[in-house]
Design a protein around this ligand. Sequence first.
Ligand SMILES: NC(=O)c1ccc[n+]([C@@H]2O[C@H](COP(=O)([O-])OP(=O)(O)OC[C@H]3O[C@@H](n4cnc5c(N)ncnc54)[C@H](O)[C@@H]3O)[C@@H](O)[C@H]2O)c1
Length: 276
Amino acid sequence: MKHEARFKPTDWALILGASSGFGGATAVELARRGMNIIGVHLDRQATMANVERIIKDIQHTGSKAVFYNINAADAIKRGETLDDIKERFEKHPAEHVKVLFHSLAFGTLKPFITKKPEDSVTQAQMEMTIDVMANSIVYWTQGLVFRNLMRKGGRIFGMTSSGGHSVLPNYGAVSAAKASLESHIRQLAMELGPYEITVNTLLAGVTDTPALRKIPGSQAMLDIARAKNPAGRLTTPEDVAKLVALLSEDSAAFVSGNVICVDGGEDIVSYVGQKV
Ligand SMILES: NC(=O)c1ccc[n+]([C@@H]2O[C@H](COP(=O)([O-])OP(=O)(O)OC[C@H]3O[C@@H](n4cnc5c(N)ncnc54)[C@H](O)[C@@H]3O)[C@@H](O)[C@H]2O)c1
């Protein structure tokens, strides 16, 4: 029988981007292992059925689900959400946020240089991408720590990709956001070490999610990733979810400040000739 650690009923995970992809899978996996879930997402009517399915899957495990449909980069909404969480926890002082998982996909996919200047990335788009996909992890972490919602034993995760240290067409602003996120994670790991909170970036391989499908040329990315990947398959949201659960166990208390690949070795392979 496989051994799996169970989390305490007072443990909550705050998942930014909980309605899809890695965030959705991680919400369900942590819930399956006993953690309660606070989900933050940005969805319109067309994708609300998916949100409702994830909430049902969480509740089906016996864990609690509290979801907020807000822009995670909006300072006022962020403050209101964190205050609301604090108020909920006040009735049960042992409750706390054990895991913060940042998995927001909300960036511009415009090139820097185009034939027509109006087709290229603007200053506002660049700043928005880096704010949502990188800087917001710092503000959410501050909000949790300053309200004493995350304590000793806490875990913080951000999501990066190969594109954070290499180039891809249309990925310039997101690449900059990934590089910034990795830097923020290192800084947070240092500053939160004395609090015994660990902070890591997870580097996922190419994964078939709605965010990936928005990248121009995504079908070629999927095909090449399959050809490159030593495991011969794409990364799945569940691969990442299982790693988050593993690193949230007490035995991972000294793992901090890293970029940890969860991609079957895809990032280290640059040759696909054997498959052609
Ligand atoms: N898919 C891949 O191949 C891949 C690989 C490596 C890293 N990543 C990274 O993983 C993260 C998640 O990507 P995904 O593929 O799971 O995407 P996804 O599209 O499946 O999910 C994105 C989630 O973010 C939420 N969201 C987006 N903008 C928001 C905002 N402003 N406020 C609140 N919620 C918001 C959406 O509602 C959704 O829940 C991203 O940072 C992405 O860059 C993706």
